[in-house]
Design a binder for this molecule. Structure first.
Ligand code: PFF
Length: 447
């Protein structure tokens, strides 16, 4: 039984803590910053529909698998994979899945931190400008300033490293218990504001009325990648957290709760943002700046807007922090276990790695904007490589490992479930549906 192995990093104090931590990892910039602009860039409703399908058909089943692997291995993803491969009498090459996952986390952190820096800078946004043009040009001015971007990027990495160095089990609980609901309330307020913009229905139609002519291989891969990214799947973050999960917690119910909360926040963010886009004559294809040019307009127009605006960006920055710590945790836990590195040194070392890469991402909006990789600037390239290639590939391997490599009796044992219809359906999805669908989307994109 899994509870005979104990994680050296500790165990969450209660069942609720795991749900909170996993939700903290899942809910972040991916929901409020990335989802709306990805939907905007990829044609709206059709993207949203595919995204939702990916969450339910692929995301939740893989999340279950990832948590299950983590709890059974009770170590960092790399060592967990090594242990479980041994248990399944399979090749130690599976360790690589944990290692590349940890690397993907550091790559994601590099650009995530730059965008989180924008959110932190907007805490001091002022929220006085009501015209779309003025707000837009303020954001462009900000992007053109390398010193400002580097300052906020550095600060965010320092905060992430500090929390991880102290151990992620401390302090998280308070944030997710109180601050997350506050973020939720401000998003609801923004939705109420959006209802009064005069373009609410237009915004909703854009988000939920699928135009199937817009679907192509780019949109499919973007939606799939977004599903992985928003649920923190495919790189071991949830696996690392699963290692700290109490042995008697129901994994299935947990995965569904986390995915539902995450999806709810993303959809509400979209519902708040698109009416503002249309009411102010902005384009949905604004790109990564979309929330930073829409929400300040809303805050400038609403009563107590400065208060709500400031609070919103504080909460968004904290939501980003509760995600970023899970990006670096797989690597840190591995260094602590295998090289006996002090947690603080491991966190600092990996933080510096992500910081350096992030410098290039920050500069890709100004000094290095001419530097392109496959036609993308450095920020977009790292984003594409991780979200749309590394995470889906990681997802395929996780599904294959659970469905084909692990012994079925071990899977059943860890999930503490009967071999009934629920298990059989999930097992079918994890063996066939999820890996085949993800592989098809990737192949379709590249061919
Ligand atoms: N899920 C986070 C978000 O939506 O902001 C980002 C993220 C965290 C992605 C952890 C991947 C990950 F492993």
């Amino acid at each position: 039984m899994s509870d005979q192995r104990k994680s050296i990093h500790g165990t969450w104090s209660s069942r609720w803590t795991f749900i909170l931590a996993a939700t903290g990892s899942a809910v972040g910039l991916g929901n409020i910053w990335k989802f709306p602009y990805m939907a905007g860039d990829n044609g709206g409703g059709a993207f949203v529909l595919i995204y939702l399908a990916c969450i339910f058909v692929i995301g939740i089943p893989i999340m279950l698998g990832e948590i299950m692997i983590g709890r059974r291995g009770r170590s960092s993803p790399a060592n967990t994979m090594s242990f479980l491969a041994k248990e399944a009498e399979s090749s130690q090459a599976w360790t690589l899945l944990g290692a590349t996952g940890a690397l993907a986390g550091l790559l994601i952190l590099s650009f995530y931190s730059v965008a989180a820096g924008w959110a932190m800078a907007y805490v001091f946004g002022g929220f006085q400008e009501t015209s779309a043009q003025a707000v837009s040009s303020e954001f462009d001015k900000f992007l053109a300033d390398p010193a400002a971007l580097l300052f906020w990027h550095t600060l965010f990495i320092i905060l992430t490293v500090t929390i991880v160095a102290r151990g992620i089990l401390k302090g998280l609980e308070a944030w997710i218990n109180t601050l997350m609901p506050m973020l939720f309330i401000i998003i609801i307020l923004l939705c109420i504001y959006a209802m009064q913009t005069g373009a609410f229905l237009e915004g909703l139609a854009y988000l939920f009325k699928p135009d199937f002519t817009k679907i192509n291989s780019d949109v499919l891969l973007a939606a799939l990648g977004q599903a992985f990214f928003t649920l923190s799947l495919g790189m071991g973050a949830i696996m690392a957290y699963g290692a700290y999960m109490p042995a008697d917690q129901n994994i299935g119910r947990t995965a569904i709760t986390v995915a539902a909360l995450d999806t709810g926040v993303a959809l509400l963010a979209g519902i708040a943002i698109f009416p503002i886009v249309f009411a102010n004559g902005l384009a949905p294809t604004e790109g990564p700046g979309l929330v930073f040019v829409t929400l300040p307009i809303a805050f400038a127009n609403m009563p107590l807007g400065v208060l709500f605006g400031t609070l919103f960006f504080i909460l968004l920055s904290i939501a980003a922090l509760s995600s970023s710590i899970s990006l670096i945790e797989p690597g840190v836990a591995w260094l602590v276990e295998s090289l006996k590195t002090k947690r603080a040194y491991a966190a600092i070392g990996l933080g510096i790695f992500s910081w350096i890469l992030g410098v290039f991402s920050a500069l890709s909006f100004n000094l290095m904007s001419e530097f392109k990789l496959f036609g993308m600037n450095f920020f977009d390239f790292t984003d594409f490589l991780t979200n749309q290639i590394m995470l889906p590939l990681g997802g395929i391997f996780i599904a294959v490992f659970v469905g084909w490599v692990m012994k079925k009796k071990d899977v059943l044992d860890e999930l503490q479930i009967e071999d009934g219809i629920i298990f059989k359906s999930w097992f079918f999805v994890i063996r066939f549906v999820a890996p085949v669908m993800v592989a098809m989307v990737l192949l379709y994109f590249f061919i």
